[in-house]
Write a protein that binds this ligand. Sequence first.
Ligand code: 7RM
Length: 359
Amino acid sequence: MKWVFDLKDEDTYWCSADIGWVTGHSYIVYGPLSAGATSLMYEGAPDYPQFDRWWRIIEKYRVNIFYTSPTAIRALIRQGDHWPEGHDLSSLRLLGSVGEPINPAAWEWYHRVIGKGRCPIVDTWWQTETGSIMIAPMPGAVALKPGSGTLPMPGVVPEIVDFHGYPLEPDHEGFLILRRPWPGMIRTIWGDPERFKEAYWSKVPGAYFTGDAARCDQDGYYWILGRVDDVMNVSGHRLSTMEVESALVHHPAVAEAAVVGKPHEITGQAVCCFVTLKKGDYDHTKLGVELRQWVAHEIGAFARPEEIRFTDALPKTRSGKIMRRLLREIVTSHTVAGDVTTLEDMSVVTKLAAQQDED
Ligand code: 7RM
């Protein structure tokens, strides 16, 4: 908490996470309390009474350090720049990101429109299971690279390994594991110690398996690619759903995208995209063609989506993580039979499944 957020006595720090998400309890309550920080707490929605609620709060309380998620950033981008632009955000000196890899379009907006180009962004990688931030920069001490969580915190020993648990060379994609234990680590699963061993300790014996795919560059910087089950295989190319999502969100009309692999007779999997648009009028047929071309151009012809589907909302957890597992079910079996207990709004899935039947 102290090192990543570079906390000073005079700082007002604010983490906008939902208190029910681990980021909420850890970085609204435990972290600031342990570090003796001045922490702002806000209970309420970002859009009430209007979409400038967060910027109003930052202005009113002179917030210096602001910690939020890429999914929240994208939702606010969608509403237009006039909301933050109407407020004095000059108190801000440091911004944080958490929850998923931050796509370049969201990073650029956060840096330019919120941080006015002056505030470093600390990208913090961690999990409920790790209890606190594991990979993140310490501002001033670690040079930033946009999109990278940079280096592990002292004592944290990550490694990128292949299927057999062998370490990979720099710049190669693989599984992110943690070699050594750490203070806040998960110790069991309530009532199911076997599942704990199986999920976290059996994939690479003796090491903690994070379930994330990542790569480490020549400078030792970590680049998280997403969950390992969110990786597609198209005509023999390994392609992360995040890569395609990031390319789509880079298009000026797109607010958010979720990509899944759909079984395909010839290519193994086909790229299937769910897209929400920014405010405006669009010709969906034309835009669909344009977006397929756009992705092929940004990534390569093999990544050209087979399908683009426009929707008003994506299925998410309460912390804003897209539930790709449910979208995969919708495109493969046309129904959703899996566990939906962490889904925030069931009607989103019901609508998408119904839309599928019409097609
Ligand atoms: C803190 C939190 C954990 C999963 C994790 C990753 C993803 C979180 C980042 C990230 C890239 C980040 N806990 N994740 N932070 N991916 N860069 N900075 O989110 O238990 O709810 O989720 O979230 O896949 O395994 S969590």
